[in-house]
Design a protein around this ligand. Structure first.
Ligand code: ADP
Length: 231
């Protein structure tokens, strides 16, 4: 289990994020998905008796903004040598084929040879943004790549028994309002989904279980978000 460092969230998760399955974090912009993911990248390095995975991590990011500045801010919160940005592999993939290739070739190497225990994709949605779906054939191609990606994620998560977190954004649906992007088909492929949301108090966010094979749905916990820590 990989703890988040936020007690209420860890309690809700019955300890933390489990290895071997794909967990999705969804939520609107500013709900804290990236901040939580970056904290996980650092916490994965902690010894297991401190809630970490005693390993390295891999952050696959899909917009061109480097996470280094934010990781540095968060790393200030740890004791000397407890965490190191050198133990985080950063991989950028800005289109679907780049991400698929990274999942099929680069990631297995990292998992095999570099003691990577956590993989984060931030955000799966971004690689599909701007890709025109002008016809049923285009939509079919997009779904095919999406399924291939999530299949890779599930196989790697299980084969290497690593924690796998994929971030998804929200989209507006004319009939049901704001919902996680990528549709029903995608949602049936991830093993569990959690939704982060802003709350009245601007320093806090909520973390809610939407579905999970072992957790009750619609349970939520509050956590506090700052530049240097989530708690
Ligand atoms: P999301 O990934 O859901 O869009 P973020 O994780 O980027 O959301 O969360 C944004 C929140 O994280 C901001 O509201 C802010 O409080 C906090 N934060 C802390 N440091 C930074 C930073 N360097 N850049 C952006 N947001 C930051």
């Amino acid at each position: 289990m990989l703890t988040t460092g936020c007690d209420a969230v860890d309690d809700l998760l019955l300890g933390g994020f489990p290895p071997g399955i794909v967990s999705e974090l969804c939520g609107v912009a500013g709900s804290g998905k990236t901040q939580l993911a970056l904290q996980l990248l650092l916490r994965a390095q902690l010894p297991t008796d401190q809630g970490g995975l005693d390993g390295r991590s891999c952050y696959m990011y899909t917009d061109s903004l480097s996470p280094l500045k934010r990781l540095n801010e968060l790393a200030q919160n740890y004791k000397n040598d407890e965490v190191s940005l050198d133990k985080i592999f950063l991989e950028i993939a800005t289109d679907p084929m780049q991400l698929l290739n990274a999942l099929k070739t680069r990631l297995p190497t990292l998992l095999d040879r570099h003691k990577v225990r956590l993989v984060v994709i931030d955000a799966i949605t971004a690689v599909f943004r701007g890709i025109a779906v002008d016809s049923a054939a285009d939509a079919g191609d997009r779904s095919k790549i999406m399924f291939e990606m999530v299949n890779c994620m599930r196989i790697l998560a299980a084969q290497y028994d690593v924690v796998f977190v994929v971030i998804n954004q929200m989209t507006t649906n004319m009939t049901v309002g704001i919902v996680p992007a990528l549709g029903l088909a995608w949602s049936t492929c991830v093993n569990q989904r959690f939704q982060l949301a802003k709350v009245k108090n601007p320093s806090f966010r909520s973390f809610k279980t939407i579905f999970s094979p072992y957790l009750p749905s619609e349970k939520s916990a509050l956590f506090e978000i700052t530049a240097s820590k989530l708690q």
